[in-house]
Design a protein around this ligand. Sequence first.
Ligand SMILES: *Cc1c(COP(=O)(O)O)cnc(C)c1O
Length: 435
Amino acid sequence: MKYYSTNKKAPLASLEDAVIKGLAPDKGLYMPEKISKLPVAFYHNIDEMSLQEIAFVVASEFFGEDVESRKLRDIVYETLNFDIPLVKVTDNILSLELFHGPTAAFKDVGGRFMARLLNYFIGKCSNNKEVNVLVATSGDTGSAVANGFFRVPGINVYVLYPKGKVSEIQEKQFTTLGGNITAIEVDGTFDDCQRLVKDAFMDKELNDKMFLTSANSINVARFLPQSFYYFYAYAQYKKMGYEDMPVFCVPSGNFGNLTAGLFAKKMGLPIKYFIAANNRNDIFLEYLTTGSYVPRDSVQTIANAMDVGNPSNFARIIDLYNNNYTDICNDIKGVSYSDDEIRHTLANTYENENYLLDPHGACGFQALKDKLENGEHGIFLETAHPAKFKDTVEPIIGQPVEMPKTLKAFMNGVKITDELPASFALFKEYLLGKL
Ligand SMILES: *Cc1c(COP(=O)(O)O)cnc(C)c1O
């Protein structure tokens, strides 16, 4: 399958090029040339299939032309070695728990899949070069990418993060691994880290000497696999005996997760409509209300993984709908919540339903409470485990939050980092020193 750029000013790319480059040369986002409907029989039997079986069918649709079937099967099965259960919270609201992976957030799925696909393409290259993945993080992305790529042969990962500005749990998840993962503590802000990474991709000498690539969420290998769990959610929903089409509610930042859901719907998955749940960064809701899209600087909230002022996947949504505003509004509704509302939902749901949400999932749950019509059922994506946001969640519920085993193990690890000032000249010297 070929991939085109949403800006339509770059040549078509192979899957390999799209994965290795990430962004198209015209700065657009890559899109698969075709999105086919899956056979009706698949949907008939879906409730009898496992997560891995379902994911392999969906993955074959996207990647089957470019990756041998046996290899693709291995990649899918290794990526999804944890469950993604659908849990009933109220009579009409269910939670898709995406936090049972190694770093307790949904980004594990895309991170693990991309690492394995990249490794496959490197293995095919005759010169067998080592690939260096550079990633700047404000917390969650670094941990998912580092753990996804951990011990994958032929790949070195450099995680750049702002010193003293990520939570202890997040920091432990990418500074304690060692091996092919190097954590760089930058004396600066997240924006400084992002600038160092961007400058490195632009630097001719570095690129001539080292093979550099990025692992951010615009990459098709991180984004497309996120459609797998919409199918698996539906399979569990059907198995539970529901016969109607569910509404999916997605706590959104860069809108990669929601866009993957739109792809699933295009492939014939019975979804009534979507709700994009936002915190106070509500640029998308404003677009749905007014028809005009006006990016602005993000504001800081307690659901910080959604603090995005110019969602990168907006371009994919526009492209998918041929810029038809009416069709977009028919398929996606929007809501936005303040920090106080998020706190309120989190406390109430814990008290009344005995279900502990994280601040992002709280937006998703509340949106379904507010928007579902009589007779409708909704599934929200619980995007991370509440223990990842312990410092926020514990004061709200007035109790300690139990940490899952996987997170606890990270807390016991020893932090090892290289420290650098926010200077590109020194970062470049540092990278060349690794040769
Ligand atoms: C990344 C993230 C989001 C936002 O997902 P997008 O695909 O960027 O919209 C929501 N919740 C959590 C916990 C995240 O880590």
